[in-house]
Ligand binder design. Structure first.
Ligand SMILES: CC(C)(COP(=O)(O)OP(=O)(O)OC[C@H]1O[C@@H](n2cnc3c(N)ncnc32)[C@H](O)[C@@H]1OP(=O)(O)O)[C@@H](O)C(=O)NCCC(=O)NCCS
Length: 149
């Protein structure tokens, strides 16, 4: 069975609150990672239509910070599949509530594994990805300095 990238595309929006931030008023990296882990799991479950676990956070780049009052927009999709594993790309942007300005803040690549009732790895459908989507993933896999735009 094959499934398009569209099936796993997931978007979440969150507000950065004072309790999410450090003494500089910017968000904790661990808080962003928790959001990323959650959206990656939702995205992988949408792809597999099965329960999943995070097996690896392969790469994470914190490119710029988010401050109290910013809106965080997270986007995730499955871009590659193995037999039981799925590679998920997550992009996080901030939106300034007052100016509407967007900034890329974090990119992350994770591996999720589908599990059965016995918590053992179980097969997932193959993902169908377009050339354009593949290029987007490759762009973000390059050095974080290239992603600042
Ligand atoms: C995920 C888990 C079920 C895999 O069990 P396992 O016995 O290692 O299974 P396998 O060796 O058959 O690997 C299953 C798949 O995971 C992949 N995998 C395993 N470890 C990996 C790693 N560190 N990085 C990337 N992929 C990994 C394998 O390549 C395989 O992929 P494929 O089927 O697409 O080829 C097991 O490691 C586990 O339960 N881990 C804890 C997960 C968890 O609780 N996460 C929450 C955060 S603590």
């Amino acid at each position: 069975m094959e499934v398009s990238v569209e099936q796993s595309k997931t978007i979440q929006t969150r507000l950065v609150l004072p309790s999410d931030t450090n003494h500089l008023g910017t968000i904790f990296g661990g808080t962003v990672l928790a959001y990323i882990d959650e959206i990656a799991a939702i995205s992988a479950m949408r792809h597999a239509r099965k329960a999943v676990v995070t097996v690896s956070i392969d790469k994470v780049d914190f490119i710029s910070s988010a401050k109290v009052g910013d809106i965080l927009k997270l986007e995730a999709f499955v871009y590659s599949t193995g037999r039981t594993s799925m590679k998920v790309f997550v992009k996080v942007e901030t939106e300034d509530l007052f100016t509407g300005e967007h900034h890329l803040t974090t990119t992350c690549f994770l591996t999720m594994v589908a599990i059965d009732q016995n918590k053992k790895p179980t097969p997932v459908p193959k993902v169908i990805i377009s050339e354009q989507e593949e290029q987007i993933v490759q762009l973000y896999q390059q050095n974080k300095r290239n992603n600042k735009a």
